[in-house]
Ligand binder design. Sequence first.
Ligand SMILES: NC(=O)C1=CN([C@@H]2O[C@H](COP(=O)(O)OP(=O)(O)OC[C@H]3O[C@@H](n4cnc5c(N)ncnc54)[C@H](O)[C@@H]3O)[C@@H](O)[C@H]2O)C=CC1
Ligand SMILES: O=C(CO)COP(=O)(O)O
Length: 334
Amino acid sequence: MTRCAVYGTGSWGTAFAMVLADAGCEVSLWGRRPALVDAVNNGRTNPDYLPGVELPASVRATTDPAEAARGAEFAVLAVPAQTLRGNLAEWAPLLPDGTVLVSLMKGVELGTAKRMSEVIEEVAKVPAEQVAVLTGPNLAKEVAARQPATAVVACADEEVARRFQTACHTAYFRPYTNTDVVGCELGGAVKNVIALAVGIATGMGLGDNAKASLITRGLAETTRLGLAMGADAHTFAGLAGMGDLVATCSSPLSRNNTFGTNLGRGMSLEETIAVTKQTAEGVKSCESVLDLARRHGVDMPLTETVVEIVHEGKQPMAALKDLMARSAKSERHR
Ligand SMILES: NC(=O)C1=CN([C@@H]2O[C@H](COP(=O)(O)OP(=O)(O)OC[C@H]3O[C@@H](n4cnc5c(N)ncnc54)[C@H](O)[C@@H]3O)[C@@H](O)[C@H]2O)C=CC1
Ligand SMILES: O=C(CO)COP(=O)(O)O
């Protein structure tokens, strides 16, 4: 039986542990809090993040990262992007040689502008062929309800991607493979920023034309950044790009989308943070994505606007006016 360690007992770590268990894996789920670990082991539930969902018996939780690591063929990482570096420094030495590390995270590190797979390679000192990324339209609550979903497993080594594809393929969860790790990770991280923008538009009461425009131009700027970083343009038309944008930007289940809606309705950043119980990665990653764009000389007006609204106090209405008044362009400008 394939053994998997899942680090992170939040909504996605827990839901994905279910997927792995349903696919026939033995899953060890690491969590920080003893009470939550106890609820998983003895109540078969995660009341804080997935209330009402019954977890399979083959998911065992532990607060001991070494116990989680024991015999793991795959170590799946599902903590907030900005804490990964610190967490993994503690966990990596505990993993068996050859364990494949899989990122579920959709963020870019602040300060270094590194993608999650780059942080993993650096901290765990493993080659790119031992690091995979799982991404795509995967709202945790829907996956935990075993509603049909597809995803992408990206790895520089296609064979490793195929192995993980097999490990997480169930009747309701259908993963595809891709070797474009850069494109898949950027798709996941930037869609959170665009979901903030779409949420803000919703909160402002803007219509569907505006939202469709944000999604489409958001994809255009994601693709521009991706091409500058060596990604394949086709990736952005796939599940990691268009797919995840559609799910996240149209669903009230998305934390980023909801965060933006609250801002757009006029809540302050502090009030919005206070009512947000889970990780909305785009709030921090909008700054690191903009950092990446500047490092690569790429124009990302929507990302820049989100940074201005979220972190610099710009009023959404003023931001809208400025975006609409930008100089006229070709749809395919660079
Ligand atoms: N929830 C979803 O629908 C999806 C989330 N993701 C991505 O998965 C990643 C994790 O997100 P979620 O599970 O949704 O977040 P969450 O907010 O539901 O859970 C985060 C987990 O990390 C733990 N955590 C927080 N700070 C920590 C620290 N300093 N050290 C160790 N653990 C810490 C929390 O206790 C919690 O268990 C994010 O990058 C997110 O973008 C990707 C696809 C779907
Ligand atoms: O990544 C997700 C869906 O694919 C979840 O989006 P949120 O993090 O905005 O909830």
